[in-house]
Design a binder for this molecule. Structure first.
Ligand code: CA2
Length: 143
């Protein structure tokens, strides 16, 4: 049986839909999970979906993915711009990595323009909102 795709979400994404709708929209993370799960099912794939505010917890999941996942879709949130540890964990995972951002980080503050994660990502999707996760699934399905 095909291993699931891990869909990992970083700090503060649990606040989606509750604040900053002008940047991140009104969709909650639970809404995104339901949509992603349904779309993955239609593609005949399973997912494991999680969010953490803690860098080490995300790294533990990336390490688990190495054995238990077929690919990683990750929105590392602010850790995108800071975390060499997440970069190193993704490198060690040796899996296809798709980096997703809800907002177009390149149209925002300078500090969001650098991504350590992109060095390990096969594909980067930014600015498509929650649909970016669906694009990531479709990309993996046709890969
Ligand atoms: O655009 C994205 O998906 C980001 O990864 C979101 C991160 C941000 O630090 C990245 O630069 C780009 C922030 C997620 C925080 O989400 C919130 C949602 C609602 C209210 C407050 C924060």
């Amino acid at each position: 049986m095909t291993k699931p795709i891990f869909v990992l979400n970083g700090p503060n994404l649990n606040m989606l839909g509750r604040r900053k709708p002008e940047i991140y929209g009104t969709t909650t993370l639970a809404d995104i999970e339901a949509t992603v799960r349904e779309h993955a099912g239609a593609l005949g794939r399973g997912i494991e979906f999680m969010q953490s505010n803690h860098e080490g917890v995300l790294i533990d999941e990336i390490q688990r993915a190495r054995d238990e996942a077929s690919a990683i879709i990750i929105n590392p949130a602010a850790f995108t711009h800071t975390s060499i540890a997440i970069h190193d964990a993704l490198e060690a995972a040796e899996l296809p990595v798709i980096e997703v951002h809800l907002s177009n980080v390149h149209r925002r503050e300078e500090f969001r323009h650098r991504s350590y994660v992109s060095l390990q990502a096969e594909t980067v999707i930014a600015g498509a909102g929650a649909y970016g996760y669906i694009m990531a699934l479709d990309y993996l399905a046709q890969r």
